[in-house]
Design a protein around this ligand. Structure first.
Ligand SMILES: Cc1ncc(COP(=O)(O)O)c(C=O)c1O
Length: 270
């Protein structure tokens, strides 16, 4: 069985086919945490055209109650994953705005791409040609990628983040690789060096402010701080003189910023 993780891709299309529409999978999941394209506050949605899976999911999300809905008759192990009515009402209203929201995010991403193309030392997100519609979720740039050592790569990224934080621009390292999270280290014995490509992506990536209402002025402000920070890095002798421009075609670095990041971004930029 194939389940599509479409949590970050509401509205996106691969070769003209919408994410999660069943062409590639038996079912798909979408997430509606506040950082997503649309939100219900928390929670998400499973979509499937398989009646058996649909019945099973309904039962499991409601404490394993029987499919006939008989009161307090539990036929399997289940969970309390029901979406409450208030959240669902918000979701219905949000869903009707999906196209408008995706278009606004496309515009914000295009403005970033245009402005950041003029900043030496920044790699922009790569969108594969097979992606016929990109639904922007976060905007993740990479810095320090041409530095010769992991330490210097991290130093560039950390310097840029410090400069952002000093002026109140929300940003996050994006992501710390999962195998280096404390739980995975303790449970499975993973350590630095186990997945070098992932670690390289992890230590050179930053999620920068991204939301529906970013203006050209705000993007220019973020780009200006970034440009100055990378200028300082160059003066300090770290190598960032490679040409700016689009990332080479590796899978994009994706993920989810926290609500705190969103609040910070909005506070600073709205
Ligand atoms: C790709 C992907 N899968 C799964 C999830 C998990 O979603 P949730 O926290 O709503 O369970 C996320 C959340 O950001 C995600 O980005």
């Amino acid at each position: 069985m194939v389940i599509e993780d479409s949590c970050e891709s509401l509205g996106s299309e691969y070769k003209g086919i919408k994410a999660g529409n069943g062409a590639f999978s038996h079912g798909a999941v979408f997430a509606f945490y506040p950082n997503k394209q649309i939100t219900t506050g928390e929670g998400g949605m499973i979509v499937t055209d398989d009646d058996r899976i649909a019945r099973l999911c309904r039962s499991m999300s409601s404490q394993g109650r029987g499919e006939a809905g008989v009161w307090l008759s539990h036929e399997r192990l289940g969970y309390n994953y029901r979406m409450d009515e208030l959240s669902a009402a918000l979701g219905v209203a949000q869903m009707s705005r999906t196209e408008e929201i995706i278009a606004k995010r496309e515009r914000a991403a295009a403005m970033y791409a245009e402005r950041l193309a003029r900043v030496p030392g920044v790699r922009l997100p790569y969108v594969a040609p097979e992606v016929t519609r990109m639904s922007w979720f976060v905007y993740v740039i990479r810095v320090g990628v041409d530095e010769p050592t992991p330490e210097r790569q991290s130093a560039v990224r950390d310097h840029v983040m410090r400069r952002f934080q000093e002026v109140g621009i929300g940003c996050r390292p994006y992501f710390t690789p999962i195998h280096l999270q404390p739980f995975y280290r303790a449970e499975f014995g993973f350590k630095e060096g186990d997945f070098p490509v992932t670690e390289f992506a992890g230590r050179t990536s930053i999620a920068i402010p991204f939301h529906n209402h970013l203006t050209a002025e705000e993007i220019d402000y973020v780009a200006g701080v970034l440009e100055r920070a990378l200028g300082e890095v160059r003066q300090a002798g770290l190598r960032t003189q490679y040409p700016s421009g689009r990332e080479r075609p590796i899978p994009p670095v994706i993920g989810a910023p926290t609500l705190g990041l969103m609040k910070k971004c909005c506070h600073r930029l709205l």
